[in-house]
Ligand binder design. Sequence first.
Ligand code: SF4
Length: 319
Amino acid sequence: MDFETERIAKLVKETDAQTIVLQFPEGLKRYGPPLALQMERDLGIAVMLSGNPCYGACDLDVTSRADLLFHFGHAPIPRIQVPTAHFIEVRNDTDVIPITQKALSVVEGHHIGLLTTVQHIHKLEEIKRELESQGYRCDIGCGDDRIQYPGQILGCNFSAARAVNVDEYLYIGSGTFHALGVGIATGKRVIVADPFLDRIIIPDTETIIRQRHGFIAKARDARSFGVLIGTKIGQRRSALARELIAEARSHDYDAFAIRVNEVTPWVLYQFPADAYVNTACPRIAIDDASTFRAPMLTPIEFEIVLDKRSLSDYVFDEF
Ligand code: SF4
């Protein structure tokens, strides 16, 4: 795994930094202590580890007074500029060609859109060449200003998928959330090729949509809504939250804003409401739905409750 220690040392030297913070996402946190010890020893500076949960590049630990922040495991979000923050993307070098070849057994279309997360982004051109050598046509779309690389998607942004008009998509990566989002956003089939588990999955968008319709139906009986505003730098949507509160009140609901850094059942337990609307990370409402005692809606789902959008126009929340 490449933690780019030479680049970090160079940046520390160039800026004469005396204190740095290393921030890792959950899956990489265990690499933090040895790296921090090594850097203190080699660079002679103070190194702190960010201990807060971290799930994306939207979440930069900028609250410390450190000279520099090194954020590992994600690509920058171009829309968010923090001069003291540097991204160490920690690309993965797993060979993705075998899983690509395996995926071909379920590919039905001829024109394929390639998608992935930053971990495998440097492999997309190689995959494209492989598929083209087998007679397929491939496109890698460019996303909007929240997306750093062609073909890259986030759990809150599928713009690189929408940028291409293809028969279906091949997503290289693990988990099904991103693929479900792309499937619902585009109405196209998405094949997940997981190079770690050597597994091909075609996520079932209908099941997740049915589950979400269940939460929406339950929220129709609510009288009070807590509207969550994320305080992480790349999750703040205060204006949207204000609009939703105004809309809710115009429909005679009680609605109040809750500023929150980590959306957890315990935090919400302190602020009871019949349902919540989450304007922070869109994944929370979907992935963690069962952990909350009241329905947790996305802003899109709240529009359906308010009859501003029909159920048939259901999509995942993006920004
Ligand atoms: S808002 Fe959520 S999905 Fe988007 S980058 Fe942050 S953690 Fe990922």
